[in-house]
Design a protein around this ligand. Structure first.
Ligand code: PCA
Length: 193
């Protein structure tokens, strides 16, 4: 049986909740380990690598919030760069910092993201491949995971989700999606695996 590690993030910035964390709270199964990562550069990577060492997953899927998006968006590429206007939850601001000094500039996902997008759309939830995970925490853990599993058979990747409906008052004017649709989408991705 394929063992999956599925992670979300805690809230960050001015937000008081994070859909990625709420999604993972609703997913469970015999072969699924879920966790919520801190939104802090050093701690997120440390936590993710500790979970991997403890659980030996065959597949790692990390989820994160992307304000402004309207669809579930599996990410194609992780870049070797921390560069954000926002400080992380530990107060660390990074501009133009490499994640791994001698690492490659980028890694592609090793998840079957096109099949995943089709499976999500088949459930009636909008989805598309994204070509940029940004350069904040989401890209950071994505790059750390891809680097960890480079050259192995372990598949890993990152999926951004929109804001959820309950966040509308905190993010006026930005698109949201019902949380249950996001949970449906994540279950559809897991079925592909
Ligand atoms: N989204 C942020 C970090 C945590 C999250 O859920 C990002 O897109 O980098």
């Amino acid at each position: 049986m394929t063992k999956v590690l599925l992670t979300g993030f805690e809230p960050f910035g001015t937000a008081t909740s994070n859909p990625s964390g709420e999604i993972v709270k609703q997913i469970s199964g015999d072969n699924i380990v879920t966790a919520i990562l801190p939104v802090a550069y050093a701690q997120s990577a440390e936590h993710l690598l500790a979970l991997i060492a403890e659980h030996n997953p065959d597949v790692v899927i990390c989820l994160g919030q992307a304000e402004g998006r309207t669809q579930i968006t599996p990410e194609k590429v992780a870049i070797n760069l921390d560069d954000a206007r926002l400080a992380d939850n530990a107060g660390v601001l990074r501009n133009d910092v490499k994640i791994l000094e001698n690492g490659p500039d980028a890694y592609f996902t090793t998840l079957p993201i096109k099949e995943m997008v089709e499976a999500i759309k088949a459930k009636g939830v909008p989805a598309s491949v994204s070509l940029s995970a940004g350069a904040f925490l989401c890209n950071h853990v994505f790059y750390v995971a891809q680097n960890k599993f480079a050259g192995t058979k372990i598949r890993s990747g990152f999926v951004h989700v929109p804001l959820m409906d309950s966040q509308a008052p905190e993010f006026p004017g930005l698109p949201t999606m019902p949380l249950d649709q996001m949970v449906t989408a994540v279950r559809a991705m897991l079925e592909v695996l």
